[in-house]
Design a protein around this ligand. Sequence first.
Ligand code: UDP
Length: 312
Amino acid sequence: MKRVLITGAAGFLGSHLCDRFIAEGYHVIGMDNLITGNMDNIEHLFKLKQFEFYHHDVSTFVHVAGDLDYILHFASPASPIDYLRIPIQTLKVGSLGTHNLLGLAKAKNARILVASTSEVYGDPLVHPQPEEYWGNVNPIGPRGVYDEAKRFQEAITMAYHTYHGLETRIVRIFNTYGPRMRVDDGRVLPAFFSQAIQGKELTIFGDGSQTRSFCYVDDLVEGIYRLLLSDCSMPVNVGNPDEITIGEFAEEVIKMVGNGTVSYHPLPENDPKRRRPDITKAKEILDWEPKIGREEGVRRTYEYFKTVVPTV
Ligand code: UDP
């Protein structure tokens, strides 16, 4: 049985990856320090012999007993309000945490895949964003702690690949949504759904003309799984290119929930104006593209939020 270590296992993406690797017949070792993770996301796995869990912060030395075939580094605060609240931990998990896991991968002769992000492109001047684009990031702005940690993560991962010959994979993840997103993580989908369900105004930041391109979590997990098993050590964008303005998205949520009004609030500093992945490379190399449209994916996510958003 192949053995995989997944960091950030109790988080949104990490927990879905645990499910996928369990389903594929792997032995899964989940690791999380639970600053932003939630044990409810993996509670169903504890009864399985194939699953074990380490409560540990990967920014400090990481020890795992036994062999490892793969490491997936998904530990990190990932929403703007989280990395503004815990900026130092965000920097540490992307930098020191990645370094520790690269060291572990080297010691275990394991292949490592690190979770990078569309944030490496910052507020992009090229649209849509291909992997060749170097980005437009403000290193000392409020989002810099996340963006630069992830940029450093890519740099050190490539250095381990070229200098030590380590088998590395880098996925650049664009906005992803689905069940198990934290209701209060501040991101637009949980924010709009909890507001609509509770009959509150949907808080649009800015004039709502900024765009995002939302990918359903199952599609993302499939792309990551394919990338891990591919032979591509260069970064690959994985996301859904179906772009929408935040204002239009608010209207879609209101229509789905059946009620709601909007209110306008100041746009956070350095909030990217447009974001859409160029997924040419993922299509060519991984034979991957998203299958679940926004209508279907958002409906499934709404069903989840209905079970977890407290009614007021
Ligand atoms: N946003 C919004 N209202 C909210 C939360 C977010 O209008 O209550 C906007 C935010 O300013 C950004 C977009 O929605 O332009 C996506 O924000 P999110 O925090 O989900 O992720 P980002 O892509 O900015 O990392």
